[in-house]
Design a binder for this molecule. Structure first.
Ligand code: HEM
Length: 225
């Protein structure tokens, strides 16, 4: 990072910590707030991205036809002379459909809003929810519900080519980043990271099964929360 008169120069905006350190006046953060922001970014933003990519690669191994379709899309847009880059991503709709379909079948955050507390007794439909109950949204159940998704257990990225479903919280059939006030603030960064890394991994490697095959068993493990 370069500084001119104590400020960041035009040549470099510095990294994220520099940006936090340079916030001025009413925007400036205390040390403990800064640590909290960085802590949240690291613990919320690393596992989720890694887990999603791991599921996508497992699916690429299991569905070689889908893998090669994505590779053809990248090859015809980018060719072999350069690495796929961020600016290519808007022109790779099938790649995006693969990421969306993996978020549907294997959402890294399957339970949303699990810290919401019912402060009054309430009836929702036929269900009575007493005050003091912690309410969660089971996104996994919604994305596997055959009343919501046709053939919910089939991995079919094409469904997102046929229908443009937003995953950013406005369509509750698929809200892998949550929705409303406590929606994931890192959703755009997470999507951009996963799409770019996936594109580069597909551009450079063919993904094939090992002798032990692919283990798709899931477990709920909220260590990152
Ligand atoms: C593909 C990657 C990601 C997925 C699937 C994901 C998913 C989620 C989900 C489901 C929630 C909870 C929403 C709710 O309870 O209603 C959440 C919250 C959060 N995420 Fe992400 N996330 C991802 C990437 C990131 C990244 C990259 C960052 C930061 C750099 C981040 C930071 C956070 C934070 C700080 C919260 C808590 C928000 C709050 O409670 O107000 N996430 N995320």
């Amino acid at each position: 990072m370069k500084r001119v008169d104590g400020k960041l120069s035009d040549e470099s905006a510095g990294d994220f910590v520099d940006v936090l350190l340079n916030l001025e006046m009413e925007n400036s953060l205390s040390d403990s707030d800064m640590i909290a922001v960085l802590w949240e970014m690291i613990f919320r933003g690393t596992d989720t991205v890694a887990i999603l990519l791991e599921w996508i690669l497992a699916r690429m191994v299991l569905h070689p036809d889908i893998q090669s379709k994505a590779q053809s899309e990248i090859d015809s847009l980018v060719g072999n002379d350069r690495l796929v880059s961020n600016s290519d991503l808007p022109n790779l709709p099938y790649l995006l459909a693969i990421v969306k379909e993996t978020l549907r079948v294997h959402p890294p955050g399957p339970l949303l809003s699990w810290a919401r507390l019912a402060i009054h007794d309430v009836h929702i439909g036929r269900n009575f929810i007493p005050a003091g109950t912690t309410a969660m949204v089971n996104m996994w159940a919604i994305t596997h519900d055959e009343n919501v998704w046709s053939e919910p257990n089939e991995f079919k990225p094409e469904r997102f080519i046929n229908e443009d479903v937003s995953i950013m919280g406005s369509d509750l059939r698929l809200a892998p980043f949550g929705s409303g006030r406590r929606i994931c603030p890192g959703k755009a960064l997470g999507m951009a990271t996963v799409q770019l890394w996936l594109a580069q991994l597909l551009q450079n490697f063919k993904w094939v099964p090992s002798d032990s095959g692919v283990d798709l068993s899931e477990c709920l493990n909220y260590l990152w929360r």
